[in-house]
Design a protein around this ligand. Structure first.
Ligand SMILES: [Ca+2]
Ligand SMILES: [Ca+2]
Ligand SMILES: [Ca+2]
Length: 224
């Protein structure tokens, strides 16, 4: 009799333990049973992707905008360019990144921007290749449109289409006016400044700008 009582107690403990740790993974609506409602819920989501989206992208900057080349340099349609800067030590694959709004470009498989280096996007790549450093990373934007001479917004989007940086340049209202046809490009004044603020930008000290190379004032404010 004592053995039977012990057996029943053991079974009761087992049953309790089992209910506390019941495998109810299928009980999607938590009504304590796995039933048709759970199955219908599953069917509604059948085929959903469970991949965790990669939302972590390297930070990149728009470092130079040449929107109104001087007529002594040539036509806007030949000499306009945008420049991107990679402040990270390692190179960044640009596939899937996009330029949008002012001009459009979807970067391709082999497009990379070197660590602490540049990627230049030209309106006419044939022209710009004559002044770019040898081996410069570059492309031509897809749209036939140019960069507006009174200002517009240059957007850089990561592959998930999120806007990573938007620079709404102008030819006045606190923005340097010299890049508006006088010869220099509009340069991000120094690494570390807010990329989208008017007072973070100035005119290039170089006629035609510094495509594919460090901007003309970078390092000049360095106390060393
Ligand atoms: Ca012009
Ligand atoms: Ca222009
Ligand atoms: Ca530059």
């Amino acid at each position: 009799m004592r053995r039977n009582v012990m057996g029943l107690a053991a079974l009761a403990i087992l049953a309790t333990t089992h209910s506390l740790h019941a495998q109810c993974t299928g009980d999607l609506n938590n009504d304590q049973s796995v039933d048709l409602q759970d199955l219908l819920t599953l069917l509604v989501h059948y085929g959903d992707s469970c991949e965790i989206p990669n939302t972590s992208y390297h930070q990149l900057h728009v470092s130079e905008i040449h929107y109104n080349p001087n007529s002594a340099q040539g036509n806007d349609s030949d000499w306009e360019f945008l420049e991107l800067y990679n402040p990270n030590a390692e190179s960044v694959a640009l596939e899937g990144w996009q330029l949008a709004n002012a001009v459009a470009l979807t970067f391709q498989t082999n497009d990379t921007i070197p660590g602490l280096g540049f990627f230049t996007v030209a309106r006419n790549l044939d022209s710009l290749l004559t002044v770019l450093p040898v081996g410069a990373h570059c492309a031509e934007w897809n749209s036939g449109e140019g960069l507006n001479n009174t200002g517009e917004t240059v957007e850089l989007r990561s592959p998930d289409a999120a806007i990573q940086i938007a620079v709404a340049y102008e030819d006045d209202d606190g923005w340097s006016t010299a890049p508006d046809g006088q010869g220099p490009s509009l340069e991000w004044f120094d690494v570390g400044l807010a990329n989208d603020a008017a007072d973070s930008w100035s005119f290039s000290l170089v006629f035609g700008g510094t495509p594919g190379a460090a901007n003309s004032a970078w390092g000049l404010s360095d106390p060393e």
